[in-house]
Ligand binder design. Structure first.
Ligand SMILES: *Cc1c(COP(=O)(O)O)cnc(C)c1O
Length: 375
């Protein structure tokens, strides 16, 4: 039996040429040639006002919380069904996460439950575009505007996907992308901050440079650089940027391949819908990027059995997330929450192998094993 892992990071082969070029340039620290090329490519392709490469999506989210001046006493609405980084970014500034339930169809934050969670202390909504499928951004932005609060998009999984024709990450005040090796376009570890509100651009460049105005110095706009704000080391090496550039350049090819795997799973597994299994829903306003194909089975016990069966057949399917409000840290930092949809669906969700090099035969093997399990 050939082992089918859950993920293999995409390596196209074209990365080599840019890595060699980066080595020949002998400028390996951040903000160099390939960093600029990656940023311009994204600004152009995603129609983003300003993109800054970062060491990870985690760092980009931390930058968002600094830019919004989150502080103790502030509350941020956020799903519990997400990766820890979305919420760490809030508590690292001493602010309080307020968990809001997700929609049963997309597992994105439920926009109809936001108003009830808003208090005079609410400073922002941190939206996650789960599985590269857009949250209801029109409704979310309207609520934010009415209450004068900010919207941050955690688009770690949503790079290159759209909502009403706009790229995810470019709709809220700030957005964050991930180029971790489990994401569609990767450089091992990497990310980007998307600045859509011009008031944040200058300060974002300072925070990225450890709180100094070094960027303006290099641009010749000031004659010495100095410490002016908080910040950290969020700039990515040119080696990562060179690798990433090859991936971004081929983004359409990668996206097409992953989307075709998604469609093949969907078609092959469609008989299971009659048995009560739930497939990803793509709202009509959204174009997804083939980040993930998941199934929601009928019980937690059924999930355990299915994963064990697939493992016995050398197929690595996985689940996530354990809702953060039930995790030890979540219970320490947030008020107890009742999130019935999150608790129910997270206990039944299964992610199937999804990566660029997955062949049709391998997808068919996974499909056959799952159909056999449910026979
Ligand atoms: C992957 C992921 C992150 C973290 O990305 P890194 O680049 O590894 O920091 C954050 N949020 C979500 C929703 C993710 O899927």
């Amino acid at each position: 039996m050939q082992y089918i892992p859950f993920n293999i990071p995409c390596v196209l082969g074209t990365e080599q040429k840019y890595l060699t070029e980066a080595l020949e340039r002998k400028e390996l620290c951040g903000n160099g040639h390939f960093t600029k090329r990656c940023q311009s490519l994204m600004e152009e392709k995603f129609q983003a006002q300003r993109v800054l490469l970062t060491t990870s999506c985690t760092s980009a989210l931390e930058m968002c919380s600094m830019l919004l001046n989150l502080q103790p006493g502030d509350e941020v609405l956020v799903p519990s069904y997400t990766f820890v980084s979305t919420v760490n970014a809030i508590i690292l500034r001493g602010a309080t996460p307020v968990f809001v339930d997700v929609r049963p169809d997309t597992l994105n934050i439920d926009e109809t439950k936001l108003e009830a969670a808003i208090t005079p202390r609410t400073k922002a909504i941190y939206v996650v575009h789960y599985a590269g499928v857009g949250a209801a951004m029109d409704e979310i932005m309207a609520i934010a505007k009415e209450h004068n609060i900010f919207v941050v998009e955690d688009a770690a999984q949503g790079v290159d996907a759209t909502y009403k024709g706009k790229y995810l990450g470019t709709i809220g005040h700030l957005g964050a992308y991930s180029f971790h090796d489990t994401k569609n376009y990767n450089c091992g570890e990497g990310g980007a901050l998307i600045v859509n509100d011009a008031q944040f651009i200058d300060r974002a460049e300072i925070i990225l440079e450890k709180g100094t105005n070094r960027k303006k110095f290099f641009e010749g706009l000031i004659d010495k650089y100095t410490w002016v704000d908080i910040g950290s080391s969020y700039i990515v090496s040119e080696l990562n940027a060179a690798y990433l550039y090859a991936q971004l350049e081929a983004k359409d090819t990668i996206c097409k391949k992953r989307s075709s795997v998604f469609e093949r799973y969907k078609a092959g597994l469609s008989p299971l819908q009659a048995k009560g299994l739930i497939f990803p829903t793509i709202p009509k306003d959204c174009v997804h990027n083939g980040h993930m194909f998941y199934l929601i089975v009928r019980s937690n016990q059924e999930r355990t059995q299915l994963l064990a069966q697939l493992k016995a057949k050398s197929i690595q399917a996985v689940f996530h997330y354990v809702p953060l409000h039930t995790a030890p840290m979540g219970q320490k930092v947030a008020a107890p929450a009742k999130l019935p949809v999150t608790e129910d669906l997270s206990a039944r969700l299964v992610r199937l192998p999804m990566y660029y090099d997955l062949t049709n035969e391998q997808v068919d093997t996974v499909i056959q094993e799952i159909l056999t399990f449910f026979k």
